[in-house]
Design a protein around this ligand. Structure first.
Ligand SMILES: [Zn+2]
Length: 368
């Protein structure tokens, strides 16, 4: 498992490792694209490593436990993650999970759920999964020093998290929970209060550039260029490296142009096509749109002519910066933020985005 950067979080984990008692529940908080999941897997490997722990700074990488952990098949490192279907449990998808970790431990939730064929369905961590976890952790260890559960995105537990409270508060001997989360606001406060917090940081441009050279064999110039656009997120960097034509960027520019023109027939056609993308892709598109608007806002506030955007987006951003002010962009941000909320609650995307298109047209055309 390759981990990039995160010197601060690694130093904190090292102190915990060498303290007399490893806490039984850690909340590792930060974007998966910053390497938070990869860091959790590496820490689990270190906890199970059979090498001499004295003075060690990480897993030895060579012992039997390390080799199994690196292939995600250590019998005392369990994984839990969002799945599709009301009765689904994580072990149903363990093959897909191992492949996903092997290919891209910086993946986002959307990429993972699409891998499971989510299309319109939203992911969840089910009641059955919680019961399976309780059962797994009540068993004795097979061969490891600890029983470890790595739960990726406990945000998807929702209220089912209540089922795990007791286990997290009074876990069996030598049990360690590693909760890997992106948004603490979506986790039950009763769970949060039982966890020790380890925060990760966005990667620096230099760390991303080095990572791209290592993982994708890119040359230094191209790596630096992508790192600049990736905004600290290595998953974003990989997407830019693998798909020089970023679909979301093209889609956003096309939509904004159509909103600007305000031709009703064109907008109806656009929203009909857009509605077919599926909910998870629509959410990802909105997140991308919010990223674009934040960069645009920063350009206007700082009166800069530069942003973390691709050349064609940057040109659009510069054009928009001429006609938009702080107040108007804030209104656009509000529309996209509201849409994320409505899409999550199964709003009809055709009606929602047609309505938004009309609102955006009005905001763009209104005299400032
Ligand atoms: Zn080892």
């Amino acid at each position: 498992m390759i981990t990039l950067g995160q010197q601060r979080a690694k130093a904190q984990l090292s102190r915990l490792y060498h303290s007399s008692r490893v806490p039984h529940a850690l909340l590792m908080l930060g974007q998966t694209g910053w390497g938070t999941l990869a860091l959790a897997v590496e820490f689990a490997q270190w906890l199970q490593c059979q090498g001499d722990p004295t003075g060690s700074t990480g897993p030895c990488g060579e012992c039997n436990a390390c080799r199994k952990a690196a292939q995600f098949i250590h019998p005392d490192i369990h994984f839990s993650y969002p799945t599709i279907g009301t009765n689904a449990v994580s072990t149903n998808f363990i093959k897909e999970w191992r492949t996903a970790l092997q290919e891209n431990p910086w993946q986002d939730a959307n990429a993972w759920l699409q891998r499971l064929g989510a299309e319109n369905k939203q992911g969840n961590i089910t009641k059955d999964e919680c019961n399976a976890i309780i059962k797994k952790l009540s068993l004795k260890t097979f061969e490891g020093r600890y029983k470890i559960l790595i739960m990726w995105l406990p945000e998807y537990l929702g209220k089912e998290g209540n089922r795990l409270l007791k286990l997290i508060e009074e876990p069996p001997e030598q049990t360690v929970f590693l909760l890997v989360a992106e948004n603490a606001d979506l986790i039950l406060p009763t769970i949060l209060s039982r966890c020790q917090l380890v925060k990760t940081d966005p990667l620096t441009d230099a760390e991303i550039a080095l990572g791209l050279q290592e993982v994708r064999n890119l040359d230094a110039d191209r790596s630096r260029q992508i790192a600049f656009l990736a905004g600290g997120d290595f998953n974003q960097a990989l997407e830019l490296a693998d798909n020089p034509e970023n679909d979301d960027a093209a889609l956003l520019l096309d939509w904004l142009r159509k909103c600007w023109k305000g031709n009703g027939v064109e907008l109806v056609r656009w929203t009909e096509q857009f509605a077919k993308l599926g909910r998870e892709n629509q959410k990802q598109f909105l997140q991308y749109g919010l990223h674009f608007l934040r960069e645009l806002l920063a350009m206007i506030v700082a009166q800069k002519n530069d942003a973390r955007l691709r050349p064609d987006e940057l040109q659009t951003a510069r054009n928009m910066a001429r006609v938009l002010n702080f107040d108007k962009i804030t209104q656009l941000v509000q529309i996209l933020t509201d849409n994320v909320y409505y899409i999550e609650r199964n709003a009809n995307p055709k009606i929602l985005f047609l309505d938004s298109s009309i609102q955006i047209n009005r905001i763009l055309k209104e005299a400032s």
